[in-house]
Design a protein around this ligand. Sequence first.
Ligand SMILES: O=C(O)CCC(=O)C(=O)O
Ligand SMILES: [Fe+2]
Length: 318
Amino acid sequence: MAPPRIPTIDLSPFFHPDGGSQERKAEAVHAINQACLEYGFFQIINHGLPEELMTRALKLSEAFLNYPMEEKLEAKPAGVGLGDRMPAGYAKQPDHSVDKNEYLLMLPPELGLNVYPNSPPEFKDVLEQVFGNLVKTGLVVETILNECLDLPSNFLQECSPDRSWDLMVALRYYPAEEEGENGLIEHEDGNIFTFVFQDDAGGLEVLKGGEWIPVVPTPGSIIVNVSDILQVWTNNIFKSATHRVIRKKGRSRYSYAFFFNADGDQWIEPLLQFTSGRGEPPKYRGFYCKEYQQLRLRNKTHPPSKPEDIVTIKHYAI
Ligand SMILES: O=C(O)CCC(=O)C(=O)O
Ligand SMILES: [Fe+2]
């Protein structure tokens, strides 16, 4: 039997110039709700990001990440930044890391903190276009999630209105070696939700019911995964999906991940709608978003020797 495929949902009614059919919007909301309950993972098509731009972005990141190291290091983090956040620029996982990838990390362009490669010359412009489009798509997905969760319109947007904590990475996973195929160890993401688009190499997998389901590359589609903040806000109604990347032999894999994030200074706790509103005790104690981000960053910079000491959202579980 073929392995199950994560659901694909058409968002075109939400991008329709005349407002889109209510019936088709309701169908999409229903499908996304089911996907968030069952998988915490789904793909979207007709999501506002032109396929041609996605292809171009993947080709440009491939070109840049194949440059000699000296050239890539011209885009290394400048060492100035906002302190609490991941530094913008090119970085490679240290050799001892279990994760075998390199990436270019980008913060919202308006912060003025990005370190862009000079070459390929059109890369900066394409990165900024992709970033800007994904912010817009993220706001549409928030609108859909409000409906899924029976929240007033704009509720999630108002929970965390500051978009300056979003970030994007253009990634390259190296070809698998004889002794290892891990590209990115199994994990959940620490933000609200994540968008991923990938080339045709494959390797992204999501855990469902104890089985790893491959996310089959579909040109033009964006993968969406529910992340920890949404899990906390919904008091575990929507689960942050566990996922990983497995490397193939003989070829690199290129992808983009965009982390739609809450404001670092935001106090995060289960929403009343999903606790007292339903007679349920909160499953998490509250925390400042940036405190959690810093603990997660520390997992990477100072990896604990025991895997059980890695900080995950369980750190705040009651
Ligand atoms: O590259 C991918 O497909 C997934 C990336 C990812 O899961 C992450 O960066 O958290
Ligand atoms: Fe992830």
